[in-house]
Design a binder for this molecule. Sequence first.
Ligand SMILES: Nc1ncnc2c1ncn2[C@@H]1O[C@H](COP(=O)(O)OP(=O)(O)O)[C@@H](O)[C@H]1O
Ligand SMILES: Cc1ncc(COP(=O)(O)OP(=O)(O)O)c(N)n1
Length: 260
Amino acid sequence: MKKVLTIAGSDCSGGAGIQADIKTITVHNMYAMSVITALTAQNTTGVSGVMEVTPEFIEKQMDMVCSDIYPDAVKIGMLANKDIIDIVEDKLKQYELKNIVLDPVMISTSGSKLLQDNAIDALITKLIPLATVITPNIPEAECLCGFPIRTKEEMQKAAEVIARHYSGSILIKGGHLEECSDDLLYEEGACHWYQQYKVSNPNTHGTGCTLSTAIACNLAAGRCIRDGVAAAKSYITGALEANLNLGKGSGPLNHCYRLA
Ligand SMILES: Nc1ncnc2c1ncn2[C@@H]1O[C@H](COP(=O)(O)OP(=O)(O)O)[C@@H](O)[C@H]1O
Ligand SMILES: Cc1ncc(COP(=O)(O)OP(=O)(O)O)c(N)n1
């Protein structure tokens, strides 16, 4: 059985973060492990609190996981602050972890900060260079490239700018576009589009977490990045189409739709 590690925050409502990641890994028939970086009190309507885990305790979790059951792939989500980024960087290097999918989580769709502003530089200079693929949504890509993105042409320009400082693959997710949900993979100077009409479902809590984890699963399975993104895109679209309609706000996906 392939083993996938998620390094991320907990979402007590089960739609995003660690909980979404573990469901995604499990339905890919893989063994899920987690290093929790923060506890969040949140639900489908928003985030009411964040409690960050100390770097020392993150170190202990990383050591216990990696010295025992070595992961075939790693997904990284919410990191909360600079000290957490520093320890995660050290541990990725110490254990020579590969197949790293980094979702540069900054702000939840409901508007809460999940990464402190003074940690963005550390994310860019320390962790992004270690990633096999990064998966920014449009607001995160705007932060990385420094200009607004409203169109697919601007997504491509953003990828070209981000690629000046990062040699891995860049997947800019189009979930925040008006017309469609096309995602752009920029790999070694070439653009690959994953076209998708907008699924008419207001319940999109945890889409970014779920997509990045599905990509990590596909890399663990030995797929190349292009095929892995295609398979993950198909999984996320199916999970959106199988609307669960839970909660009073933007509800969770149906992670288990393939088991039905
Ligand atoms: N309404 C939708 N219909 C189809 N795909 C969607 C929809 N909303 C989001 N997605 C897809 O979900 C994935 C996560 O994208 P996005 O919502 O942009 O990320 P995040 O959750 O990080 O903001 C992407 O593949 C995106 O295209
Ligand atoms: C604990 C935790 N991590 C990440 C997120 C962000 O989830 P994401 O899938 O990027 O998007 P939204 O759910 O915010 O639409 C989160 N909310 N909580």
